[in-house]
Ligand binder design. Sequence first.
Ligand SMILES: [Zn+2]
Length: 143
Amino acid sequence: MKKQILTPEYRVFYKLKNKKSKIEGTGAYALREIPARKKIGDLGGVIITEREAIKRRRNVKQIAMVDLEDNLVLDASVNPNELRYINHCCEPNSYIRVAKSRVEFYSLRKIKVGEELSADYGETHHHGSLPCRCGAKKCRGFI
Ligand SMILES: [Zn+2]
C-alpha cells in the first residue's frame, strides 16, 4: 500500500552547498553568512505514513526522515534540497522546527561562510540508537 498524502513546499533562503561532511557522509555548508535566528528553509521531501516509513528506512543510509504529527513522516530522500544533508550535532548551529507538514530549519547563531550546518535531531528522528560522530565536547554518544 502506497499512500503519498502531499508534497510540502520546500525552499532554501540562504545558498548552501553539499559536499563531504566533517561529521558524516555528505554535509551542507553555508555559501553566504546566515545571521542568528533566521529561517534557513523548509526541508524538501514527501509525506508518507509511518508504515511506509518503516519499509523505506531499511534502505536509507543517511538520516532523511523526520516524524510529523498523526503518524506521518517526511521522507527527505524524495524531492531533496540541500537541507537534507544537514547532519546531526549535539552542539549544533541550527535547529529543526516541525510545524504540521513542514520541517523548518533556523539558525541558532551566526553561521559563517564555509561553515557546516548542523542541527540536533533529538526527538524528530526515529531511532535513538545510531552512534553519534559529531565530535562536540558535549556529545551524547548517540542520535
Ligand atoms: Zn554528538
